[in-house]
Ligand binder design. Structure first.
Ligand code: NDP
Length: 325
């Protein structure tokens, strides 16, 4: 037997249950991982609340963890029992002592990267990798706006931007979060609880505005974000922390300056083992170089995942949070 978090109905964190299960034996092409550290992500809240539908209920939760392979299914040649691994995709169920998933979604960890660092950075760091290196290949000297710059994804983004020579303007909701984002390499910060974001971006850029806006807040910031862009530049909407952007009239992209927009996801970029390996190599190289350091700011026992989710949803966390099985 092993423990996992599951939910049988959608709702608040009270729907999460800590239960005994028999871990699945890996089928063909699958491996089972004994998790040592589990990552907490906003997407877990989208599944728990039903914004993103789980394939069936009751359902496991979570997609990111690091640990040791403890069983291997038929036909898996790339991984063996005892390998140190991490993953950020695949079926829901990473909030567990053991999780069975396709080997194609699992990467081997370099010896230099410990389990907590991996669980704190796989999903968030691979996201920054594709957003900054693929959705738009950022070049030194460009200016970007990044919402939630002191959060999990945001903390990695600030450091990666500094490494690329990109001027990242980060939005935050408190002076403490502003200080953290600046320590991580944000070129400037805007406290949106006290300052007008569009006006501050105008001042900071001398009226030029931004080459790209990366917006994971969604509903509350969509229009503000469009107003922070240069003509013919790119709006990247990649999350829904305040709710999804819905009912968009495409004409607004014309009105705001012939803008481009995209709504990307990690699964859309890391969609083959080869692409996942390329992205993970890039992330691991950034971690090994020390250009990106992952701040594990909060640790909770896995059994208390609901409290951890409430803190994330309530804007009380900075950096990455780890759940310990
Ligand atoms: P964060 O640690 O960034 O937490 C979310 C932050 O968003 C909060 O700390 C808060 O920062 C800000 N925020 C603004 N408005 C709200 C609101 N109404 N409710 C809650 N928070 C709000 O989380 P993650 O690092 O886990 O994820 C960041 C975002 O990136 C999420 O939206 C997530 O869905 C998205 N994401 C998208 C991926 C993709 O591939 N598309 C992959 C990974 C993440 P502040 O107090 O400073 O405003």
């Amino acid at each position: 037997m092993a423990k996992r978090i599951q939910f049988s109905r959608t709702g608040g964190s009270e729907v999460l249950e800590w239960v005994d299960v028999t871990p699945a034996e890996p089928g063909p092409g699958e491996v089972r991982v004994a998790n040592r550290a589990v990552g907490l992500n906003f997407i877990d809240i989208y599944f728990r609340t039903g914004l993103y539908p789980a394939p069936s209920l009751p359902s496991g939760l979570g997609t990111e963890a690091a640990g040791v392979v403890d069983a291997v299914g038929e036909g898996v040649t790339r991984l063996e029992v005892g390998d140190r691994v991490a993953y950020a995709q695949g079926p829901l169920g990473a909030y567990a002592e053991r999780h069975t998933l396709p080997a194609a979604k699992v990467v081997k960890l370099p010896d230099s990267i410990d389990f907590e660092t991996a669980a704190a950075s796989m999903l968030k760091g691979l996201t920054v990798q594709y957003l900054m290196r693929q959705t738009h290949a950022l070049k030194g000297g460009e200016t970007i706006l990044w919402h939630a710059a002191a959060g999990g994804v945001g903390s990695i983004a600030c450091q990666w931007a500094r490494a690329l020579g990109v001027r990242l303007i980060g939005t935050v909701s408190s002076p403490e979060k502003a200080a953290l984002a600046e320590r991580n390499g944000a070129w400037a910060t805007i406290d949106y609880t006290r300052e007008d974001v569009v006006e501050r971006v105008r001042e900071l850029t001398g009226g030029e505005m931004c080459d790209v806006v990366y917006d994971s807040v969604g509903k509350d910031t969509w229009e503000t974000s469009l107003d922070c862009l240069k003509p013919r530049s790119l709006m990247v909407s990649f999350g829904n922390a305040s709710g999804p952007v819905e009912g968009v009239n495409l004409g607004i992209l014309n009105q705001k300056g012939s803008l481009f927009t995209t709504r990307p996801s990690l699964n859309g970029y890391a969609d083959t083992p080869e692409r996942l390996a390329m992205m993970a190599d890039d992330l691991f190289a950034m971690l090994e170089s020390g250009k990106v350091k992952v701040d594990v700011s909060h640790r909770y026992p896995l059994a208390e995942a609901g409290e951890a989710q409430d803190a994330l949803q309530g804007r009380r966390t900075t950096g990455s949070t780890i759940l310990v099985p």
